[in-house]
Design a binder for this molecule. Sequence first.
Ligand code: EPZ
Length: 431
Amino acid sequence: MTLTVLQPAQVLSPQLEIAGGRRLAGELRVSGAKNSALVLMTASLLTADALRLRNVPPLTDILGMGDILGSLGVGVQRSADSLVLDGSGLNQSSPPYELVNSLRASFFCIGPLLARLGIAQVPLPGGCQIGTRPVVEHVKGLKTLGAQVTIDHGVVSAVVPGRRRRLTGGRIHLDCPSVGATETLMMAAALAEGETVIDNAALEPEVIDLAGLLSAMGARIRGAGTTTITIEGVERLHGADYAVIPDRIEAGTFLLAAAITRSRLRVGPVIPEHLGAVLTKLEDVGCKLTMDGSTLEISADEIRAVDLRTQPFPGFPTDLQAPFMSLLATAQGTSIITENIFENRLQHVAELQRMGAAIRLQGNTAFIEGVPRLSGAPVQGSDLRASAAMVLAGLAADGVTTVQGLEYLDRGYADLEGKLNGVGASIRRLP
Ligand code: EPZ
C-alpha cells in the first residue's frame, strides 16, 4: 500500500483542478454587477422604507454586506436573485470591525449612516493584496458636508453638529476620481440641506447605477457619468424596486475565456458602452465581436500582441488587467501592460511564469513575450482578479492546473467553474 503524503497546502485550502487545452462552445450568462450591488445595498440605510434589489449576484461579498447591514439593524431577505432590505430597524451607527475589515465596500456605509443618523463610527478598511486602499477623499468630502471627523485606533468617527444633525451641501473637488469616494459622497449628499457639487467625480457605470437607484428613491441628482455631479438634498428618501446592471468585469472575464481557448462563445447580457476599452483591445488582438441583442458573440483564432495601460473609466479597467495578461501570455509577439491604478497589482506575473509565461517586470510595467503554449502547474491567486486570471491560464494550458485562492475567487464570481463547465471546460473543485 503506498501512502500519499499530502502537502499542508493540499490539506488546508480548496482548489480548482483544470484540465487545459479544451475548446469551449455555447453561451455564458453574466450575473449582476458585484461592484454595483454592494453599494446599492448600503443605500438601504438612507430610508425607513423597503428597498428591493433585483439581479443581485450570489457572492460571498454580498452575504458579507448583508451581515454588516444586519448588524446595524437592517432587515435583509434574499429570494432567488432578489434582495429586500428594510432600513426601518436601523439602530446602530457602527458596523463591527471584523466584518468591515474583510470587505472594503462596507466603509461606504459611513456616507448613508451620517445622512440618516448624523453619526457613524466605521473602522478604516484594511489595505489588501493590491494596495493600501486609502479613504482620504471620502473623509475630506464628508468634512466639506459639515461632518466632524476624527480617526484614531483604526476607526473613523464622524458626527454632524447641530440640533438636527443634518449635513449641509457643499462643493467637493476629488483629488483623484475615486469610485468609492464618489459613491459615498453621493449618498451623504442625497439627504443634506442644500446643493452639493462633486467635481472630478468617477465616471464608472456603477456610479451611474447608484445615481439611478437614488433617483428612484426620490433623490435629485444630475450629471452622474460626467466629471461633475450635482445633488439637491431632500428631506427623506422612499423605497424602490431596482435592477442591478450586468457585471462588466465578469463579462470581460468570459470574453477572455473564449479568446484564450480560441473558441466561439456567446456572452450576455452585456452593455457594450460599459466595456468600450476592453472590446477595442479584444478586436486589436484579433477577436471577432458581434452584438446580437444584449448578447455578445466572440470568436478567436490567431491572437497577436497589444499594449495596454489601466486607467479610470472609460480607460482600460484595472480589474481586467490580470485576466488580459493571461491572454497576452499566449499571443504572437511582445505586449506591454502598465498598471496605473493600484500599486501592487502584478503579483499574478510570478504565477504565470510558473506556467511557462515569458514576462519581465519593471516597476508597474510588464513586458510579455507570447509563448505557443502555457503548461499546467499548481498556482495561487493573490486577489479576486488574479485568481480569475489563473483559471483562464489553466483553460489554455497543456495538462492540469490547480488554482488555490478560491476565497478570493468566490468573492467576485458566482460558480465560475459551473458556468465554464457548462460550455465545455473541465474543472473540478477539490475540497
Ligand atoms: C472600486 O474600488 C472597486 N471596488 C474595485 O474593484 C476597482 O478596482 C476600483 O474601484 C477601481 O476601478 C468596488 O467598487 C467595491 P478607488 P475603490 O477608490 O472604490 C486611489 C474588484 O476587483 N485612491 O477608485 O476602492 C486608490 O489608492 C475591486 O472588484 C486614493 O489615492 O477604488 C487606487 O489607487 C478591486 N485616495 C485608486 O485611487 C483615495 O482617497 C482607485 O481607488 C481613494 C482612492
